[in-house]
Design a protein around this ligand. Structure first.
Ligand code: UD2
Ligand code: MN
Length: 280
């Protein structure tokens, strides 16, 4: 614990003065640089006047979505600072042209972040979702939390009851309990539902905030090249319970290409290898 932490009081559980937030999109695309002086290198920030109760790593799976990333970063730094968060942003970029593997990238982000700082809360978020209310707390709870339950593109409704994609929050303990995500989902879809099965199998429930508070903007886009639908996902989801203890954080291997400290984020570029032979 450093000198500063010793002297500062704990931050309040719920910061005051939180309410609806207007996501800025056009302003950011037009202006080249937004002033945000309150950030040391690597996109890590903590409250000035108090000690935050959680240390939060925000992990974003990424490849070739520069514009979304720019808009996300420029909205989310002020948003998270308003919530008095102690947080760091990790953008995990898949190296190469092979099939995208969102879930494995998120496992890599978790592993790299825990090696760097004493994080105890992990928020895994798509690069194209931005909350519309400061009361949508980017924090961990008693149970894993699904946070993308009220997206504008789905008329602020849940598509189905067990949906668990977009943005989720896990404490370190909760994430270890499910052995992270599966590493075996190459291409679009299903890795989020598989994670839901892990949570239930591990005896946990999921939490959500009210639809009103969770309102968020999700950008419309077409399917990316290299992220075609995964034909194996249904089969993998069905066997989640028997596979989860040997497919996840404890079987993760990857090769770091580079770790770059940008002002607004840490970029981890990683070679995640080739799809494994199906061992379901
Ligand atoms: C849904 C889920 C998402 C994930 C996905 C299936 C919601 C709200 N979202 O999103 O969490 O389960 O389906 O895999 O339920 N990405 C890149 N480059 C690429 C491809 C993907 O950066 O070439 C990243 C990026 O952060 C993106 C995320 O992966 O937001 C999810 O991919 P998507 O946006 O194409 O998938 P989408 O919107 O159908
Ligand atoms: Mn998307």
């Amino acid at each position: 614990m450093d000198q500063k932490q010793l002297q500062l009081p704990d931050c309040p559980a719920l910061p005051s003065d939180l309410g609806p937030y207007n996501v800025e999109v056009n302003e950011i695309i037009e202006k080249k640089v937004i002033q945000n002086t309150n950030l040391p290198l690597g996109g890590h920030s903590e409250p000035e006047n108090c000690t935050a109760l959680q240390k939060i790593a925000i992990v974003i799976p990424f490849r070739n979505r520069e514009l979304h990333l720019k808009v996300w970063l420029h909205n989310m730094h002020p948003f998270l600072q308003k919530q008095q968060a102690d947080y760091g942003i990790y953008v995990v970029e898949q190296y190469g042209e092979l099939k995208f593997n969102r879930a494995k990238l998120l496992n890599v982000g978790y592993s790299e972040a825990v090696n760097e700082y004493d994080y105890n809360c992990f928020i895994f978020t798509d690069v194209d979702i931005i909350p519309m209310d400061h009361r949508n707390l980017y924090r961990c709870s008693q149970n894993p939390k699904h946070m993308a339950n009220s997206l504008d593109k789905f008329n602020f409704r849940l598509r189905y009851k067990t949906v668990f994609g977009g943005v989720v929050a896990f404490s370190k303990e909760q994430f270890l309990k499910v052995n992270g995500f599966s590493n075996m989902f190459w291409g679009w879809g299903g890795e989020d539902d598989e994670l839901y099965q892990r949570v239930i199998t591990a005896g946990m429930k999921i939490e959500r905030q009210s639809q009103n508070i969770s309102k968020a903007k999700a950008f419309l886009h077409s399917r990316d090249k290299g992220n075609e639908q995964n034909p194996k996902s249904i089969r993998l989801i069905k066997k989640a319970a028997i596979r989860m203890h040997r497919d996840g954080l404890n079987s993760l291997n990857y090769t770091i290409i580079s770790v770059t400290k940008h002002r607004l984020y840490t970029k981890v570029t990683v070679d995640i290898g080739l799809p494994e032979e199906s061992i379901d």
